[in-house]
Design a protein around this ligand. Structure first.
Ligand SMILES: Cc1cc2nc3c(=O)[nH]c(=O)nc-3n(C[C@H](O)[C@H](O)[C@H](O)COP(=O)(O)O)c2cc1C
Length: 386
């Protein structure tokens, strides 16, 4: 769970169910938060914020203690908003209205739903600033998965019409992750330059641009998720996790989109066996399934893609209507990003990590990390002996 307004004092994230004894590295959490703030095409807000995870509970002496974990992320921008968005009533003349809803944002639907006369409160919560809180707890999920040898990273497949047209191996995604400067988080330098040109074009035109990111989870054992109930299927859970991110409008598992128009023989991943390779010795010729069959992880890399629509706040705004007068006006403009594909990828890593950690805990259980690892190792042994 998360709480907090985009221009409020802070965001808060809450995670419960993490076994006791997991080492928490503050530096790792802060680097995850830094990664979410990167990418060519971000707006002025990201220059103000320097996110850091202030752990309030559930961690003592550097390890989890089995109690609920809560993390606070200060909004540095709050100093500029204390009078416009106070907790108490404040001075109405200083409040900042959002007078005309932006097509594509939550403004109109939210104002109608909550019966607000304008959209300030709507965008304060609908804004993707919220995703920073998910990245903080997602970092804890990643540390937990790391103990099981599972790692989750992302890279950018396309920005606007510019795309990388080859599969990117894990090693190259890991190299991207180690960089201290992020342009568009694409593994191919030439494609990344074409992506930058797309952003430049959008900047020049007062427009915005979307794109596609891919999240890859490596070393996931077979057996996470189940077909036993529809809402326990791993593909369904991952799709919901990614779709819950602001501006994600489609999710693809493996090569799900091209698979719809290809013959079965070109889609399904043929099975071989080499003793002592991977978890149980079964290997695949390719990974079009994205590591999931029947809602269950199959031991291959999990590959999920998120398709982002272009950001809806435009410097050259689209047509809208004034909330108060109902007269036609241009949609509101508030300082905004132009391209967020790399950042959305980082937030999606958090969502994938939280989902996989939950599935792993369902399967292996454990109140302490030692207990979880004992159960996990027992399962790996079962796979080896299969
Ligand atoms: C990392 C990230 C940053 C975003 N930044 C902005 C932004 O600066 N301006 C904007 O209008 N939308 C931004 N969005 C998208 C909106 O939050 C989103 O479109 C809006 O909440 C409506 O939700 P929906 O697009 O999921 O329907 C961002 C999305 C992500 C993932």
């Amino acid at each position: 769970m998360t709480a907090g307004e985009s221009h409020g004092e802070a965001l808060v994230a809450f995670l419960s169910g993490v076994p006791a004894g997991l080492k928490i590295e503050q530096v790792f959490l802060d680097r995850e938060l830094w990664r979410r703030q990167q990418g060519y095409g971000r707006g002025g807000r990201m220059k103000i914020e320097r996110d850091t995870a202030h752990i309030l509970s559930g961690v003592r002496h550097g390890i989890t203690i089995g109690s609920p974990i809560s993390i606070l992320l200060e909004n540095k921008d709050w100093t500029n908003w204390q009078e416009s968005l106070p907790v108490e009533e404040g001075d109405a003349k200083k409040h900042k209205r959002v007078a005309s809803p932006r097509p594509g944002h939550a403004d109109l639907a939210g104002a109608l739903k909550y019966n607000f006369p304008e959209a300030r409160y709507v965008l304060e919560r609908a804004s993707a600033r919220e995703s920073a809180a998910r990245v903080a707890i997602g970092g804890i999920a990643k540390l937990f998965l790391g103990e099981l040898g599972i790692h989750v990273l992302s890279h950018v497949i396309s920005v606007g019409a510019a795309a990388i047209d080859r599969e990117v191996p894990w090693q190259q995604i890991a190299e991207l992750h180690d960089r201290d400067e992020v342009l568009l988080n694409c593994a191919d330098a030439e494609a990344e330059q074409r992506m930058k040109t797309e952003v430049d074009q959008a900047l020049k035109n007062g427009d915005s641009v979307g794109g596609v990111f891919e999240v890859v989870a490596q070393c996931v054992p077979p057996g996470l998720g189940t077909y036993a109930q529809w809402d326990e299927r791993l593909d369904a859970r991952l799709a919901a996790a990614l779709m819950s991110l602001q501006a994600v409008k489609a999710v693809e598992i493996g090569s799900g989109i091209t698979a719809a128009s290809a013959p079965g023989s070109a889609v399904h991943d043929e099975i071989s066996y080499t003793k002592s390779v991977s978890f149980a010795g079964f290997t695949r010729s390719r990974n079009n399934a994205g590591g999931i069959e029947g809602g269950v992880s199959n031991g291959q890399e999990i590959r999920v893609r998120g398709y982002l629509k272009p950001i809806s706040t435009l410097r050259r705004p689209l047509q809208s209507v004034d909330f108060a007068t109902r007269e036609p006006v241009k949609a509101a403009y508030e300082r905004s990003d132009v391209c967020v594909v790399p950042a959305a990828g980082v937030a999606a890593e958090a969502m994938v990590a939280l989902t996989l950690a939950d599935c792993a805990l369902q399967k292996f259980g454990g109140d302490s990390l030692g207990e979880t690892l004992r159960n996990f190792k027992g399962y790996l042994e079962q796979l080896r002996n299969y």
